[in-house]
Design a protein around this ligand. Structure first.
Ligand code: HEC
Length: 123
């Protein structure tokens, strides 16, 4: 009896951690950016690229950020401009929409958050 309680307790601790598996730049992040962001953040003509030099079509370019500096604080989505913007924490800015009314989904916003909190890895 004692053993099975220990096993159940262990599972209860481990399982929630598995729900948020390791997010992958290649498989998860790159498609989200392509779908929601590259329309405006593509060189040379995208509006967001022309205004602040931000493109997000490669890992290096998103890490580099804008002409004013980085948009990601690896490991800290609370302080990352990327996450602040898509989560609507810096007011009503253009980046929450793709130019249509739908905008980025809650799931995609969450995946971006986890990726940054996991260190914004090139994985
Ligand atoms: C409809 C066009 C448009 C779309 C779509 C768009 N952006 Fe932007 N973005 C801009 C423009 C224009 C700027 C520069 C002016 C400004 O900050 O509003 C910008 C600026 C930014 C900045 C810099 C903000 C700052 O103050 O440093 C970040 C970060 C950003 N975008 C991220 C994203 C992300 C992530 C997506 C996709 C979820 C996205 N954008 C989609 C147009 C867009």
């Amino acid at each position: 009896m004692q053993y099975s309680n220990t096993i159940l307790l262990t599972l209860a601790i481990i399982l929630p951690a598995c729900v948020y598996h390791q997010v992958s730049y290649e498989q998860d992040i790159s498609p989200i950016l392509a779908k929601n962001c590259n329309g405006c953040h593509m060189a040379p003509n995208g509006y967001g690229y022309r205004k602040i030099g931000l493109k997000m079509d490669s890992y290096d370019s998103i890490i580099q950020g804008t002409i004013y500096g980085p948009i990601i604080v690896a490991g800290d989505s609370r302080r990352s401009m990327l996450n602040k913007l898509v989560e609507g924490r810096v007011g009503n800015r253009q980046c929450n929409s793709r130019g249509d009314k739908k905008g980025i989904s809650k799931e995609d916003i969450e995946v971006l958050r986890i990726w940054v909190d996991q260190g914004a890895l090139n994985n």
